[in-house]
Design a protein around this ligand. Structure first.
Ligand SMILES: [Zn+2]
Length: 261
């Protein structure tokens, strides 16, 4: 499609979304107070984020599980944080899914795993959020809400975590490698990601406190998700402790949140 035509259609879609799903000033200010890291950007970028939230709310379908009430402050909290990741990349990064399921609290999921000698283990996993390739994103509102208030320790943010997985899975695989423009970028990404992952695991083994959640040691895909949490929520801590990882994420997200604090 011609670039100007695509741009015109996008503009029309955005204008319609702004009319259908405007975000009132009081609600927007409440969201910025609850999640202060959203403010780590210029006034123009904050306005762009607010507009993007309207388009997001207009194009995605929210479901409240088990009778959970989808208040306006709930859906805007999710939309603002989800849109933050793609503020410069564009909402089309989220085209592969539509549904967002919100639970009041964490979900207990029964799991089964076969170990190396063929013994089946059954256990319960507590989920604050879950993402399936092309499927809905599941979130616990209790975890979404409480993430805004945390100040000490590694960054924790379930919305950023799950939407980082969405970006990671755009190529169909959850491997810590999002869609990148060319093989050189992929090669560079893998090199930095793996060495920063090993660094985190070494520090966690030594009992050091880290900017990135130790949960990142579970695998490269989790490392990308928790490093994204630190990048957006505690950018100065990440930049100070793992600057190469900060730079890698800044080059991908096309944002530099530490610059605007
Ligand atoms: Zn995860």
């Amino acid at each position: 499609m011609l670039a100007w035509l695509r741009q015109a259609l996008q503009q029309r879609r955005e204008n319609r979304a702004l009319q259908r799903r405007p975000i009132p000033e009081a609600l927007w200010q409440l969201t910025l107070r609850r999640f202060p890291f959203l403010r780590y950007r210029s006034e123009a970028d904050l306005q762009a984020l607010r507009r993007m939230c309207s388009v997001f709310l207009d194009s995605k379908e929210f479901h409240g599980a088990g009778g959970f009430e989808l208040r306006n402050d709930v859906v805007v909290a999710v939309a603002a944080q989800a849109c933050l990741l793609v503020l410069k990349l564009g909402l089309s990064c989220y085209d592969r899914f539509v549904g967002i399921v919100l639970h009041a609290d964490a979900v207990i999921a029964p799991r089964e795993q076969l170990d190396d000698v063929g013994v089946l283990h059954r256990y319960d996993e507590v989920l604050a959020g879950e993402t399936m390739s092309g499927g809905p994103v599941m979130l616990s509102w209790n975890d979404v809400y409480s993430a805004g208030a945390l100040e000490n320790g590694p960054a924790y943010n379930v919305v950023i975590h799950e939407f980082a997985h969405v970006l990671d899975m755009r190529d169909g695989m959850a491997d810590g490698l999002p869609l990148l423009p060319d093989p050189q970028s992929q090669h560079r990404w893998r090199k930095v990601l793996e060495s920063e992952f090993k660094r985190l695991c070494r520090w966690v083994d030594q009992g050091m406190s880290t900017a990135i959640d130790p949960y990142g040691c579970e695998g490269l895909e989790e490392f990308f998700a928790v490093a994204s949490e630190a990048f957006f929520v505690t950018p100065l801590a990440l930049k100070g402790q793992q600057p190469a990882m900060y730079r890698l994420l800044a080059s991908y997200y096309l944002q530099d949140p530490a610059e605007n604090i």
